[in-house]
Ligand binder design. Structure first.
Ligand code: ZN
Length: 455
């Protein structure tokens, strides 16, 4: 039986995840993500996929983040009409994320047309709300640990990946061959999310490598977070946290609530300035099996937060000089309301911009962490004098030690291990470590190259 793997994204980069598994009678796409970050990557969102979307039999979605789900509206618009399998929480979150990004894309295109600054006439959104609605009708939620037949002799099983609400690893069984895709792996011992589940067997393994060359600090993230906020408030500043509105925002809220319960930050208000994050936070209380928090804690953490829904309230927050914590998207400061807060508080040396997750190459987040002191926003350069901090221990991604811990769960070496979803240095570092520590045959996947499995 022929079996092959080709990546059309999520190879050599952490965005755009799309991995095609082809058997003699089925084409299954693992994840269907958007490219983000560097312009050369983002431009690929506008290029046609190298394969006809109508020829794909099914999509398997590991989790809702846009770099894994955000190409679905385009795939559906271009003719894909098959099922998109995901967990129930992933279906709920994907609906929130895709609708939100269509709204932003349509608004941005309308704004560019009004102001006439786009080189495209007229400027078009990458996808529209109509495309999103079409894609959402294709979602087929299934449970964790349930065997779902996809087509012919191909079956799917999800296990917990621990990365965000609903996140799963995907096991595909094609006849007697087992392909496992890690999706994005979470942390072990996270305060909110469950540990990534071990898997006993894979013939072929695709593993992510976001932090393939890095370990997170082993300090207690609560103390580090508390200390940064306290010193900022002491100098009269505001803490702006660009957060992935689905995933880290909820974990941050829980940490902030825990600090308040312990008697810290009592006079510091916490604002969640993102209608999308607010909806995602409410979902936490609806999917209690997917995380560690009991219902009452889930509700208490939400109640301790001031929700900012409309734009006028958000503007008032930007103008408010009282020391406070503002959590807003996007997580890599590539867009969203957080830009207005960075523009307002970034030039203020008393304030702090605190990152809480991976910052992909080319994003404003990566630039600030690299020490740049000016950011281009809304067509102008904004000086950044605020403290810039990064708490990588708050990341939703496991570090290299945690990836290795998950790999140690396999009872026998896979025939081949393919490394995806990492920038080149990280992917290669993971390859070297796998070879040294496990003596497995590991390959860093080249974008758009087909690998024959079973040879
Ligand atoms: Zn993710």
């Amino acid at each position: 039986m022929s079996l092959s793997l080709t990546s059309f994204g999520g190879a050599g980069t952490v965005t755009g995840s799309k991995h095609l598994i082809e058997t003699s009678d089925a084409r299954i796409l693992l994840d269907c993500g958007l490219f983000q970050g560097l312009k050369v990557l983002r431009e690929r969102n506008w290029e046609p996929l190298p394969i006809d979307p109508r020829s794909i039999d099914a999509v398997v979605l590991t989790h809702a983040h846009l770099d894994h789900s955000g190409y679905l509206p385009i795939l559906a618009r271009e003719g894909f009409a098959g099922p998109v399998y995901c967990t129930a929480a992933t279906a709920d979150l994907t609906e929130i994320l895709l609708r939100d990004s269509a709204e932003i894309a349509e608004k941005d295109a309308a704004y560019a047309n009004r102001k006439g600054f786009s080189k495209h006439k007229p400027a078009l959104p990458l996808f529209t709300m109509r495309d999103v609605e079409r894609a959402l009708t294709l979602l087929r939620p299934i449970g964790f640990h349930v065997d779902q037949r996809l087509r012919g002799n191909v079956a799917l099983r999800f296990r917990r990946a621990g990365h965000i609400l609903g996140a799963a690893t995907a096991e595909l069984r094609c006849n007697d061959r087992v392909i496992v895709f890690s999706g994005d792996l979470g942390r072990f011992g996270d305060a909110v999310m469950l540990d990534p589940e071990p898997i006993a067997r894979a013939d072929y393994l695709l593993v992510e490598s976001t932090y393939g060359d890095r370990t997170h600090a082993r300090t207690n993230p609560l103390d580090a977070l508390g200390a940064i906020i306290e010193r900022t408030v002491a100098r009269g500043g505001t803490i702006v946290i660009p957060a992935f509105t689905v995933g880290r925002a909820q974990v941050l809220l829980h940490h902030l609530w825990t600090l308040k319960e312990a008697g810290r930050l009592l006079s510091t208000p916490v604002f969640l300035d993102s209608p999308m994050a607010i909806r995602a936070t409410d979902l936490m209380c609806h999917h209690l099996d997917d995380h560690r928090l009991p219902q009452d804690v889930c509700e208490a953490a939400s109640a301790a937060t001031k929700y900012v829904r409309d734009v006028e309230e958000s503007k008032a927050l930007t103008a408010n000089p009282v020391p406070k914590v503002i959590i807003a998207g996007s997580g890599m400061a590539t867009g969203g309301r957080v830009l207005h807060h960075i523009k307002a508080f970034g030039p203020d040396a008393r304030s702090t911009i605190l990152f809480a997750g991976y910052q992909a190459a080319g994003t404003r987040g990566a630039r600030l962490l690299a020490g740049e002191t000016e950011l281009k926003m809304f067509g102008a350069w904004v000086p950044i004098r605020a403290e810039v901090a990064n708490l990588s221990e708050l990341s939703a991604h496991g570090d290299v030690d945690e990836i290795m811990r998950w790999l140690h769960g396999f009872e026998a070496p896979p025939e081949r291990t393919f490394i995806v979803h990492g920038e080149p240095a990280a992917a290669d570092a993971l390859r070297v470590r796998i070879g040294r520590e496990l003596q497995w045959r590991a390959t860093v996947v080249d974008d758009r190259r087909s690998y024959n499995l079973g040879e």
